[in-house]
Every structure is written in structure tokens, then in C-alpha cells.
Design a protein around this ligand. Structure first.
Ligand code: AHR
Length: 491
């Protein structure tokens, strides 16, 4: 039997709701078809945004959305995406399938989407192929409430009032698709560009986020913190879980048990990554003023057969849900430093929470993990510990990965992932100095290849697990099935 200890006396960091953030790029069918179908579409929409998608994401609790890229951000020129749609410039989306980008979804549409979703906006500016002036004017256009050329232009385009821009990224992957820069060069560029990302409204400061490292590149973090740490509010990092090599990543739906365990081992590396980037940041910022922003993460498979290789369309199984569940538990545990994370990429691209096909939409197993975990948003992380075996043959990868938090009213939220494909896990939980009056629980489980499809939309979804939990005076006993994500609410 595994022991699980939760200590409500040990109140740690606040779990920012933004850890449950999302990322959407002008890539494949994420923006177009995924979110935006246009006002004249037969697909039910409000001002061009699909109603089914917006409703599902609201229900899931989307707190923040990152846009317009990704690699696309560093070739995006925002002025192409404003004004009358007929006159908007058409361009080639060189990164993603070489398709025509007609710019019909631009700044106004993005803020309209955020309004409908009830989420905050996180915009990434163009450092790689843009200019300081272009970035500075974009911020003026979006946020200045006074007399200025950009504020006038915004008004002419139909938005009298500025929008609330909470987060602004100064470039994306500038070590790669965003300009192939060295960390030293980018740090200088960051300082220059960020200077002109003006805060016009002192009550609504923009959090400036610097482009961070590619996965385990700790030197990038070190140089950025050393040279520009004082000028930033957040530093990003990107980490994708790839089961095979980048050249042959493997299929989303067909994989062996061995490939499953490799995936879990690689996904769990995010713990080491967050911890070690955090250690570097601690050297320069011991008070943790600068947030770690994991603004691209998730699992990256080969595209589904017959789909455009540049569109990154992939299916989503219980394996993906395990990766989501364990990663979110890791982010919760490191919420003293991780203040935002954005899974890539919301709809129809990479590890999506929803897939669309014409007017049809399905929710993925990953969606259900986010929906279950929304109970952690804005809670306080609690000290907690679970005993667990490691997964056989996979080094120090634990079978059970958990996190626990408390709401203001004292309700405890615990989420546990059992990553074994074969072993159920009997868990005895004790909550220190706590008298349990009520427990409810929810589970997502199934055969690891299980997924939702357009022919079978509800093959995977959450189920009530309350009756499988045995309440004890100070906690509970439960048997967690193999391949499961469980949420337990303790009052
Ligand atoms: O999410 C897909 C791509 O992955 C993004 O455009 C880029 O930032 C990353 O390399």
C-alpha cells in the first residue's frame, strides 16, 4: 500500500490559474476552422468564432491564450491583420504548410475571441523579422487610451477603447525559427525591444516575457537572467515530449507498451527541466520575481496519415492524458516559480483539447484532464508526498505523480496520475490535523489507446469515482486503476 500525506499546515505557493493556459498559432487548422470560421459560415458562430469550441473551452476553464505563434509570430506583421478584410494582405505561411494566410483573423479578432472565452490575452511580438517600431506601435495600438496615431487607427478600425493586454512576449524561439540568435545577442535585443513595449496604463501593467530556452539549454537561461533579468517579468521555456526521434516521432494512435513508457519517461523530464531552470533563475532572482513561463509544452506525434505534414494534426489518447496530468501536477508543485504554462496547441494542432471536422467537434482525453484540474486554479499549493515505485526499466520515473492544493474555504483538491499500464495502486491518504467530513472523486481511465473520434465521440470521458473511495477519519483509502488520472476533493 502506498502512503500519501497531505499537510494543510504547509501552505506553499499560489497555483496561478495561468498554469492552465493554452497556445494557438496560425498553424494548420488551429485558428482557421478551429476557432474562427467567419461570420458567414453555416457553422454556428458569434462574430466568426465557433460557438461549440468557445463553449467547451469556457467550461474547461481557459484562463489565458497565447497568440499568434510560435514560429509564425516572428514573421507576422500585425498591420496586415487590421482594417477592412477585403484589403488585408495575403501572405505565405512559410513555416506551416506554405499555405496562404489571408489575415482575416488579426488583432481585433483575437481580442474578440478572448472576450468570448473570458480569458486573458498573451501576445507574442515579432523580433526575428520585425522592427522595434513595429512592436512598439502594436502595443500602442492595443493599449493606449489617448490621442496618438495608433490609437486613432484603432478607433478607425472600430475599437474606440483599448484592450487589456496582460502578457507580451518579446519574440519566440529566437534561438531557432525566431532569428537563430545567440543568447548574448538576443539578450541585448530583448533589452532594446522591451524598452519600447510601453506601459501606457500604469494600473494595467503589461508583463513582459523574454524568449527562453529550448528544453535543457540552461546556458540560455543563465545568459538571459544575467544580462536582462531585471528588464523582464517572465522568461519562457519550451519542452515537447517526443517518443521517438524528431525524424520519426511515432503515431498518436498506434504504439507499443514500451513506446508508452518511453513517452512517460520523457514527459516526466519536465520535472528536472523546471527544477534546473529554476535553480539557474534562483541565482539571479532569489525572490522569484521573474516567472517561469512554459509557453509551449505537450506531446508531439507524427501527423495523422493523409493530412498536410505542415499542419501538425494529431489524435489524442489516454497516453496524452497521462502526459497532461503528470505535467500539470509538476507545474503545480513548482508554482513558486512557474507562473504560466501554455499547452500546444488548443485545437487541431499537436496536443489539442478539441478536434474539429467541418461542423463537428470532439473533445480529447487531454480536455478532460484540464477540466478536472481546473479546481486547482488559484488555490494554494500544499505540502504533500506520495510513496511510489518507479516505472520498471525507466530510471527514476515514478509510477504515481500527485499534487494537492487548498481553496480559500479549506477544501482540499488532490490529483493523482497512475502511469502504470498494468498495476493498480492502493493508496492510503492521511491529511494532517484534518477531520474529513466529505469526499468526492472523479476519474479518467481506460485502455491506453482509447480516444474519441468523429464516429465515437464519447469513448473517453470522466466518470464519478466517489463510490470507490473509502473515507477514513483523516483521509481516504482508494485503489487507483492502471492508466488513470484521479481527482479527489476532500472537505
Ligand atoms: O508549436 C509548434 C512550433 O513549435 C511553434 O511554432 C514553435 O515555437 C515550436 O518550435
Amino acid at each position: 500500500m502506498e502512503k500519501y500525506l497531505i499537510n494543510p499546515n504547509q501552505k506553499l505557493s499560489k497555483i496561478s490559474k495561468n498554469i492552465y493556459g493554452h497556445f494557438s498559432e496560425h498553424l494548420g487548422r488551429c485558428i482557421y476552422e478551429g476557432f474562427f470560421v467567419g461570420e458567414d459560415s453555416p457553422i454556428p458562430n458569434v462574430n466568426g468564432m465557433r460557438k461549440d469550441v468557445v463553449d467547451a473551452l469556457k467550461e474547461m476553464g481557459i484562463p489565458v491564450l497565447r497568440w499568434p505563434g510560435g514560429c509564425f509570430a516572428d514573421e507576422y506583421h500585425w498591420k496586415d491583420g487590421i482594417g477592412p478584410k477585403e484589403t488585408r494582405k495575403k501572405m505565405i505561411n512559410t513555416h506551416w504548410g506554405g499555405v496562404v494566410e489571408d489575415n482575416s483573423f488579426g488583432t481585433h479578432e483575437f481580442f474578440e475571441l478572448c472576450r468570448q472565452l473570458g480569458c486573458d490575452a498573451y501576445i507574442t511580438g515579432n523580433v526575428g523579422s520585425g522592427s522595434v517600431q513595429e512592436m512598439s506601435e502594436w502595443v500602442e495600438y492595443m493599449t493606449f487610451d489617448g490621442v496618438s496615431p495608433m490609437a486613432e487607427l484603432r478607433k478607425q478600425n472600430g475599437s474606440e477603447k483599448p484592450w487589456r493586454l496582460k502578457f507580451f512576449g518579446v519574440g519566440n524561439e529566437n534561438w531557432g525559427c525566431g532569428g537563430n540568435m545567440t543568447p548574448e545577442y538576443y539578450a541585448d535585443e530583448y533589452r532594446r525591444y522591451a524598452t519600447y513595449v510601453r506601459n501606457y496604463d500604469w494600473k494595467n501593467r503589461i508583463s513582459k516575457i523574454a524568449c527562453g530556452a529550448n528544453a535543457f539549454d540552461y546556458n540560455w537561461t543563465d545568459v538571459l537572467m544575467k544580462k536582462a533579468g531585471r528588464q523582464m517579468d517572465g522568461l519562457s521555456v519550451h519542452y515537447y515530449t517526443v517518443c521517438g526521434d524528431w525524424g520519426k516521432k511515432g503515431k498518436a494512435l498506434e504504439f507499443t507498451d514500451d513506446e508508452y513508457y518511453i513517452t512517460i519517461e520523457k514527459a516526466y523530464k519536465i520535472e528536472e527541466l523546471v527544477r534546473r531552470h529554476g535553480d539557474v533563475m534562483n541565482r539571479y532572482d532569489p525572490d522569484k520575481r521573474v516567472g517561469m513561463i512554459v509557453d509551449e509544452w505537450g506531446i508531439w506525434h507524427d501527423v495523422e496519415e493523409g493530412t498536410n505534414p505542415g499542419f501538425l494534426y494529431q489524435q489524442n489518447t489516454l497516453r496524452d492524458a497521462m502526459v497532461a496530468g503528470l505535467s500539470l501536477n509538476v507545474f503545480n508543485k513548482h508554482s513558486d516559480r512557474v507562473t504560466m504554462a501554455n499547452i500546444a496547441q488548443t485545437i487541431n494542432v499537436l496536443q489539442s483539447v478539441a478536434l474539429t471536422d467541418g461542423e463537428d467537434m470532439i473533445l480529447t482525453p487531454t480536455y478532460y484532464v484540464f477540466k478536472m484540474y481546473k479546481d486547482h486554479q488559484e488555490n494554494t499549493l500544499l505540502g504533500s508526498y506520495i510513496t511510489t515505485p518507479d516505472l520498471p526499466g525507466r530510471g527514476k520515473t515514478p509510477q504515481l505523480i500527485e499534487s494537492a492544493s487548498v481553496k480559500e474555504d479549506g477544501t482540499i483538491v488532490s490529483t493523482i496520475v497512475n502511469t502504470s499500464l498494468t498495476e493498480a495502486s492502493e493508496v492510503l491518504c492521511q491529511v494532517a490535523d484534518f477531520k474529513v467530513t466529505d469526499i468526492t472523486a472523479e476519474i479518467l481511465t481506460g485502455e491506453v489507446h482509447a480516444h474519441n473520434s468523429f464516429d465515437n465521440k464519447n469513448a473517453v470521458s470522466t466518470a464519478d469515482f466517489t463510490s470507490s473511495i473509502e473515507k477514513t477519519t483523516d483521509g481516504f483509502k482508494a485503489v487507483l486503476p492502471p492508466c488513470s488520472v484521479v481527482k479527489i476533493i476532500i472537505r
